[in-house]
Design a protein. Structure first.
Length: 367
């Protein structure tokens, strides 16, 4: 059976034409699937019965199955989704006063080894397909409508207004499927989200950033976390391949096509690692030619991380140095930490193919 969530508007049109159905049926079908959240073809009442019968015979609308569903005291909601063969990913919804943000995963685990990230400690199993990525958005919309505070909304009213590709995995390491899913999110026939409201976060895969600027320029966030190559090589190892001077050049070029006139730099605050005033001054010098804003992220602890979060005074002092230099700088409010849904805490279930978890356990045994 073909999963229709794998097909964008053009592909779906071609797909149904192969079976002798009119092209306009694709738009009707997309409205049922994405605007009304319907998976049962028999309930799509304005589709001709022969067309519905064909759909039942040859296709399905398959979404990830929920293993766990947690609701935080602050309204944040996290799902653990079954990806088969004992693998799972996590998806997080963060409600705010004027928007609802969904944090979407792109891989089962992560092949990069950022030392402060719990996902990276789990190793890597595989890339997600387009349907598994877009399926997270479909599922979130469906499940959130069951909550009491959203029941009053009409079927086609949005709950999820913003997407951040900041869940498990490095999105640009799964370029083909991520871009395909992003294009579906932006398509008016599907979700019709604004490019400004879809943000992709990357650790800095420079060639893929350059390609994204041409293929699907959405808002861009860079997981920076260090102001110099020596420190970044240690805590964000991909920096050894794509050092900071290359990354900054790529960011400047990206802005020419981006929906926003700035790049967001994410900077996790690690006590006595990257949080001194000198680090702040280095950061100012590093990004001086890149129109940007900085998002300071208090480190969210996880077992055996080896790190602790900078204290509030240090974070505020760091922020002040940046603001005084003219850089818009915010401190991210921690959300969902009581259900391990905060930044850097997503772990899912990963059958590691990289042997990273084995190496980490051996290192721990030697201590």
């Amino acid at each position: 059976m073909d999963n229709l969530l794998d097909l964008n508007r053009i592909e779906l049109t071609e797909y149904i034409q192969k079976f002798g159905h009119k092209p306009f049926r694709a738009k009707q079908l997309l409205k049922w699937i994405y605007h009304f959240g319907e998976r049962d073809f028999s309930q799509m009442t304005d589709l001709a019965v022969p067309f519905r019968n064909s759909l039942n015979e040859m296709s399905e609308i398959k979404i990830p199955e929920i293993e766990l569903d947690h609701l935080s005291t602050d309204g944040t909601r996290k799902w653990l989704l079954d990806m088969g063969t004992k693998n799972g990913i996590e998806t997080v919804f963060i409600p705010e006063k004027n928007r609802g943000t969904l944090c979407v995963s792109s891989q089962v685990g992560c092949a990069l080894e950022c030392t402060f990230c719990s996902t990276g400690r789990q190793g890597f199993n595989r890339n997600l397909t387009s349907s598994e990525i877009i399926g997270q958005l479909w599922l979130a919309n469906d499940k959130l409508r069951e909550q009491e505070n959203y029941k009053i909304l009409k079927k086609n009213e949005r709950i999820v207004t913003n997407i951040v590709m900041m869940g498990m995995g490095e999105p640009l390491a799964n370029y083909k499927h991520v871009v395909h899913a992003l294009e579906m999110m932006l398509d008016d026939s599907i979700y019709g989200l604004s490019r400004r409201k879809v943000t992709l976060s990357t650790s800095g895969l420079v060639p893929a950033i350059d390609k994204l600027s041409h293929d699907c320029p959405v808002s861009l966030a860079i997981s920076l976390h260090a102001p110099n190559n020596e420190l970044r090589n240690e805590i964000v190892p991909i920096n050894k391949k794509y050092p900071l001077d290359e990354l900054m050049r790529s960011c400047i070029a990206y802005i020419e096509r981006a929906p926003r006139d700035f790049i967001t730099f994410e900077y996790v605050m690690l006590d006595n690692i990257n949080d001194t005033i000198n680090h702040a001054k280095e950061l100012i010098a590093l990004i001086k030619d890149v129109p940007s804003k900085i998002n300071l992220i208090p480190f969210n602890p996880f077992p055996k991380s080896g790190y602790s979060c900078s204290n509030k005074i240090k974070i505020k002092d760091f922020q002040k140095v940046l603001i005084d230099s003219g850089i818009v700088t915010t401190i991210r409010k921690t959300r969902g930490d009581d259900i391990d849904a905060a930044c850097g805490q997503l772990i899912g279930q990963v059958q590691d193919k990289t042997k990273r978890t084995y190496k980490i356990k051996n290192q721990e045994n030697l201590i």
